[in-house]
Design a protein around this ligand. Structure first.
Ligand code: AMP
Ligand code: MG
Length: 417
């Protein structure tokens, strides 16, 4: 067995971030910025009103002013405001020349059919005025290299008139299941058949990271067929994830095929973790596309995704921090285990209590084929080698919001709120 960190380092050494390319900002959410972006335009671009009201000269107030025009957002007044004058102005409309303040409508009395306005208090200069560049000045750093683009950033870039941004491309990740026993969809099962769960789980995990998922289907335990699919996918994907066929059984062909396609550089690892001990990892000869051969048991496949695929593909996506940060939680029950030289990852639910502490309890069914307990979990409790953790002790949790079950589903009923 090799330590988890060693296996992760081996994987990460073969995962290089994708070459930067311009991507439409409409497609760039979640992408990692590959070159600093600075502002070339001030935002707001011109002095404007932050209220619906009257633009005026503060020094005139209090006063009864002549209304000389009306300015909507998107229009402008073609004359300056002189002494004793005001212009009706809507939020976002440019402040007319001569004016230095806006009195909000609520404090104004329209008179003489709207041709005059009365303001009974002294308005401060600059009141309700937004200056050009108050949000962003020319030369401001909008996004440094490594920034993960949020919806807010997309608006910041759009404010500059940019329609593209230089990022590491969003990874395309191919997912396939291997095994002669697998079938997909409805219909009765023939003796010995099982349904293919892993492909859907892994496609979902890929999508939840914001990556493009490519469904490569089911491949039987057939070396030629598997080699063909991997070869084709290597031309189309940044990474490939398989499940099944990496154990020590008679038909564990993934490691055999990957050994050939990687030019002998594949490593078949027994990692000191439970579940998900076996991992076959190699890069396709020629393209260098990494192939993650995950174990077939559904929970093992998900845990292996979390510990190897996610960090590896995050590196490809250009992220600097690739590993999930564990959160400190308090165990609500004993988390017993036997020493075996491995780190155990226990499916669990974490929830914040009223005192702001994370509480953790395991979900039922901790075997590696018991996918429901994984689906109902939102975290993996990390149990280092030893005898486990007793109730009330600290335990590190790899917590995933919105939960391993994804989406807003309340299945399990006890996600942190
Ligand atoms: P393997 O690693 O191929 O020996 O598979 C280990 C276990 O996982 C076996 O019980 C398989 O039937 C099961 N398994 C493999 N692939 C899948 C899959 N795609 N969905 C559900 N179970 C699977
Ligand atoms: Mg198999």
């Amino acid at each position: 067995m090799i330590p988890l960190r060693e296996a992760q380092e081996f994987v990460l050494d073969s995962c290089a971030s994708g070459a930067p390319e311009p991507v439409a900002i409409t497609e760039a959410l979640g992408c990692v910025v590959a070159a600093p972006v600075t502002a070339t335009e001030p935002v707001p671009p011109f002095v404007n009103s932050s209220r619906d009201g009257y633009a005026l000269r503060a020094e005139d107030t209090p006063a009864r002013l002549v209304v000389v025009g009306s300015i909507m957002a998107g229009s402008a007044l073609d004359r300056p405001i002189g002494p004793g004058q005001a212009a009706r102005i809507m939020t976002g409309a440019p402040l007319p020349a001569g004016a230095d303040a806006v009195c909000m409508l609520e404090d104004c009395m329209d008179e003489d059919g709207g041709t005059m306005v009365r303001i009974d208090h002294a308005v401060d200069a600059g009141e309700a005025v937004r200056h050009a560049g108050e949000d962003v000045r020319v030369g401001d750093l909008l996004a440094e290299t490594g920034t993960v683009l949020t919806p807010g950033h997309l608006g910041v870039l759009a404010n500059q008139g940019m329609d593209e941004v230089c990022v590491h491309p969003r990874p395309r990740v191919g997912v396939l299941s291997t095994g002669d026993e697998l079938v997909s969809g409805p219909g009765p099962l023939a003796p010995g058949q099982i349904r293919d769960a892993n492909r859907h789980t892994l496609l979902g995990l890929v999508r939840r990271e914001g990556w493009d998922a490519v469904d490569l289907g089911i491949v039987g335990d057939d070396e030629v067929a598997l080699a063909g699919v991997l070869d084709q996918a290597g031309a189309d994907c940044h990474a490939i994830v398989t499940s099944g066929g990496v154990s020590v059984g008679d038909l564990d062909i993934v490691k055999v095929v990957l050994e050939k396609l990687s030019g002998g550089t594949m490593r078949w690892m027994q990692v000191a973790i439970r579940p998900a001990k076996p991992l076959a990892f190699g890069t396709l000869e020629g393209s260098g596309v990494p192939v993650f051969g995950l174990p077939g048991n559904p929970v093992s496949a998900m845990v292996s995704f979390e510990l190897f695929v996610r960090p590896g593909v995050r590196r490809i996506a250009g992220h600097r921090a690739v590993h999930r940060t564990g959160i400190p939680a308090v165990a609500d029950t004993d988390l017993r285990r036997a020493p075996d030289g491995k780190t155990h990852f226990v499916r669990a639910v974490v929830q914040m209590d009223e005192a702001g502490r994370w509480r953790l309890r395991p979900t039922a069914g901790q075997d590696s084929h018991q996918l429901l307990a994984m689906a109902n979990a939102n975290a993996l409790a990390v149990l280092p080698d030893g005898t486990g953790i007793v109730q009330g002790e600290r335990v590190t949790a790899l917590y995933t919001d919105p939960g391993w079950s994804g989406g807003d589903s309340t299945t399990g009923g006890d996600r942190p709120s």
